[in-house]
Design a protein around this ligand. Structure first.
Ligand code: ATP
Ligand code: MG
Length: 364
């Protein structure tokens, strides 16, 4: 079986370092590993419209931002197909047929959707499109026969829903769709990177982000005002590393080489944590270290972005070509789905023959 990746992001803003450690960094590694036969990366504009339907300009403007972030992180159109969700009508068609296989109560149980409904104040009136977006995500994944979906932890319930739909579809209509595996980040900090305010998740919608395209000065300012440990008032006070955003970010970004280069008095992160916990280590010092680490990671991304920004028509062209290629693949799957569901009337000579036969008999 071919090894295929499908993943994507909503064009609701520029991408941030949470996306980077949660999924983007891994995608680039997987792309360059050469282990995959095909890689599809989707700008999920149709999904973004489910909760931004009143603001089409926002979605329209952010498509290029997400594409620029992709390219600047190292996604390469020669190796990965970058495309726009709404340009693939087969995805909508699949969503419609999959809706038959999912109950309202099953959707209501989805913990990510529950949290997102609260966040958007949709409790009293949930748009149907938003409520059912896990079904549309199943369509996205299965249209490309994806075997692997690299995402952050918040997407786990979506992949589980997809797997259920695949099993149900295959058991009713015959083996057609592929059950995908989720690929979560290697460490806990990357699963769900908190915001700079210490809130549960860095999220475009919460405004607590460090963006991949932030300037060097912006990144420094955001790090220097980051949430740490409110009980760590004097340098000599013992501090907490659990729930301390600076340490969570160091878990996600720092490595041995960073210590050798920027903080040689400590061998590794464990030693730094140990000193902070004991007391005697100030927040400014750990923030300055984090700033060095993050700037090192973000500088090449920023530089590549500046290059791509010089040729925006080329970036749109990459998306256009990618969308055409993605559509070809999705149409293949759609044809198989229609055949399995027995709604391929005009391609089925046997059906027409059998029906004629039936009526001939009636005449006789
Ligand atoms: P929105 O608020 O519009 O939903 P978002 O910031 O949650 O935006 P998405 O486009 O929904 O971003 O998520 C894209 C991908 O990035 C998903 O795979 C998701 O798991 C991952 N991701 C998003 N935020 C984080 C985070 N804070 N930590 C780790 N992964 C994340
Ligand atoms: Mg989200």
């Amino acid at each position: 079986m071919e090894k295929i990746i499908l993943t994507g992001d909503r064009p609701t803003g520029r991408l941030h370092v949470g996306h980077y450690v949660g999924s983007l960094r891994r995608r680039v590694q997987l792309q360059n590993s050469g282990e995959f036969d095909k890689i599809f990366i989707m700008v999920a504009d149709a999904q973004a419209l489910t909760d931004n339907f009143e603001n089409p300009q926002k979605v329209r403007q952010n498509i290029i931002e997400v594409a620029l972030d992709y390219l600047s992180c190292g996604l390469d159109p020669a190796k990965s197909t970058l495309f726009i969700q709404s340009q693939i009508p087969e995805l909508t068609e699949l969503t419609f047929f999959y809706s038959n296989l999912v109950t309202v109560s099953r959707l209501q149980r989805n913990p990510t959707v529950k949290t997102e409904i609260k966040m958007r104040n949709f409790e009293t009136s949930i748009p149907v499109g938003f409520f059912t977006y896990p079904i549309s995500q199943a369509a996205d994944i299965t249209a490309f026969k994806a075997t692997c979906v690299p995402v952050g932890e918040d997407q786990l319930p979506m992949i589980e829903q997809t797997r259920e739909i695949v099993r149900k579809f295959n058991s009713i209509y015959g083996e057609t769709l592929v059950e995908p595996d989720v690929l979560l980040p290697e460490n806990q900090a990357c699963m769900r990177l908190p915001g700079t305010d210490g809130k549960q998740k860095m999220s475009k919608s919460l405004g607590n982000c460090i963006y991949l395209s932030d300037t060097e000065a912006d990144v420094r300012t955001k790090i220097m005002s980051m949430y740490t440990d409110p009980t760590h008032i004097q340098i000599t006070d013992p501090g907490h590393v659990e729930g301390n955003t600076v340490f969570t970010y160091l878990d996600a970004f720092s490595n041995q080489k960073h210590f050798e280069e920027y903080l040689p008095e400590y061998h590794n992160l464990d030693e730094l944590k140990e000193h902070y916990t004991r007391g005697g280590l100030g927040d400014v010092k750990i923030k300055k270290f984090l700033n060095n680490v993050l700037q090192e990671e973000l500088a090449p991304i920023r530089a590549r972005r500046a290059e791509y920004e010089k040729d925006i028509p080329m970036v749109y062209d990459i998306l256009k070509k990618g969308s055409e290629a993605a559509r070809t693949k999705a149409a293949e799957t759609m044809a198989e789905v229609k055949c399995a569901m027995q709604i391929n009337y005009f391609e089925d000579a046997e059906l027409i023959r059998a029906q004629s036969e039936k009526y001939r008999k009636v005449e006789d």
